[in-house]
Ligand binder design. Structure first.
Ligand SMILES: [Fe+2]
Ligand SMILES: [Fe+2]
Length: 300
C-alpha cells in the first residue's frame, strides 16, 4: 500500500497530466528475429503485442473519436485528445515491427487479417442504429477499451520494472519501444476509465467491459503465440506454448506472471477501484525523460 504522502504525490502528478504525443522513431534493421537471445517463446509471447496493437489501438482511436461529441468536461476532453494522439503513434510504431518480421520471413498477415475483421466488423461501428442505440453502443465500446487499458497499464508497469529482460540481453531498441509505450500506457491509464465513468458511472458497465475484454484478450494472446511459433521459419513448428512454460519463463523475469496478471484483472472489479491505484506516474515520466527514442523525438 502506498503511504498517504506518496499517494498524495501520485494524485498531484495525475491531476497535472498533460498528455503529449511523442513522435518516436526506431531502427529495426539490425533487430534479430529472437530479440531475447535463445528465448523464442518469451520473444514471441511479447511479439503478440505487435500483432494486436496496430489494429487494436486504431480501433481505440475510432471509438474515442466517436465518443468525443458526448464529452461535457473540458479537462477530460483534452485528455481524450491526448490519448488519441498517443495511441495513434503507438499503432504505427508496432506496425513497423510487423513489417520487419515479414522482411525476416515471418509473415504476420494471416493473423492480422483476422484481427482486422474482429476490430472493424465485430467491434466496429454498427450501421443503422437510432441515436439512442448509437450512444449506448459507443459507451459499451468505451467500457471494453477501459478494461483493456487496465491491462496495457499493467503490462506497461511490468515493462518498466523488468530487469530480467536486460539480464537476458534483450535488444535495447526493442526494450526502449516496450518501455516508452509502457510508460505512456501508465501515464494515460486513467483516461479510458474516466471517460467510461463520465458517460456511465454504473458498476455493471465496468464489470461487463472486463467480462468481455479480459477473456477475449487472453484468447487472442494464446492464439497469437501459437501463430507466431508456427510461422517462425527457424523453428519449423517444433515449439508449442503452455501455461506451465509461460509460468517458468515468468519466474526468470522475461514475461509477466500469469497468476499476477489474473489477479490484476480481478482488482478492476473492486468497488473502490481507480486506475491511479496501479503503477506510478512519476516512474513513467522518469522513463520518458530518459528514453532514447522519446529524447530523440523531443529534438526533431
Ligand atoms: Fe498504446
Ligand atoms: Fe493506452
Amino acid at each position: 500500500m502506498p503511504s498517504s504522502t506518496s499517494a498524495t504525490a501520485a494524485t498531484a502528478v495525475h491531476d497535472n497530466l498533460v498528455l503529449e504525443p511523442r513522435d518516436v522513431r526506431f531502427d529495426w534493421s539490425r533487430l534479430p528475429l529472437h530479440w531475447i537471445p535463445d528465448e523464442p517463446i518469451a520473444t514471441h509471447t511479447i511479439n503478440v503485442l505487435h500483432l494486436l496493437l496496430p489494429e487494436g489501438e486504431r480501433w481505440f482511436v475510432r471509438v474515442f473519436k466517436d465518443a468525443l461529441p458526448m464529452i461535457t468536461d473540458e479537462q477530460l476532453r483534452e485528455e481524450v485528445l491526448g490519448f488519441i494522439g498517443q495511441e495513434s503513434i503507438h499503432a504505427e510504431a508496432h506496425q513497423e515491427v510487423l513489417d520487419h518480421l515479414l522482411a525476416q520471413g515471418l509473415d504476420p498477415r494471416p493473423y492480422v487479417r483476422q484481427l482486422a475483421w474482429l476490430f472493424q466488423r465485430i467491434l466496429g461501428e454498427k450501421p443503422g442504429l437510432t441515436p439512442t442505440q448509437r450512444r449506448e453502443n459507443i459507451i459499451e465500446r468505451v467500457a471494453f477499451v477501459a478494461a483493456i487499458e487496465h491491462f496495457t497499464a499493467f503490462l506497461g508497469d511490468w515493462a518498466l520494472n523488468s530487469p530480467g529482460l536486460d539480464r537476458a540481453g534483450a535488444d535495447p531498441a526493442m526494450l526502449d519501444l516496450l518501455r516508452w509505450h509502457g510508460a505512456e500506457e501508465v501515464e494515460h491509464r486513467s483516461v479510458a476509465y474516466d471517460l467510461m465513468v463520465h458517460l456511465d458511472p454504473g458498476y455493471l458497465r465496468r464489470v461487463r467491459g472486463m467480462l468481455v475484454s479480459g477473456p477475449l484478450l487472453v484468447h487472442l494472446w494464446v492464439r497469437g503465440v501459437r501463430f507466431l511459433l508456427a510461422a517462425d521459419p527457424t523453428l519449423e513448428g517444433r515449439l508449442r506454448p503452455s501455461w506451465r512454460e509461460a509460468y517458468r519463463i515468468a519466474q526468470r523475469g522475461l514475461l509477466p506472471d500469469p497468476v499476477k496478471s489474473l489477479r490484476s484483472g480481478l482488482r478492476y472489479l473492486r468497488r473502490g477501484y481507480h486506475p491511479t491505484q496501479e503503477g506510478s506516474s512519476s516512474q513513467a515520466l522518469g522513463y520518458l525523460a530518459a528514453s532514447p527514442a522519446a529524447r530523440a523525438a523531443a529534438t526533431h
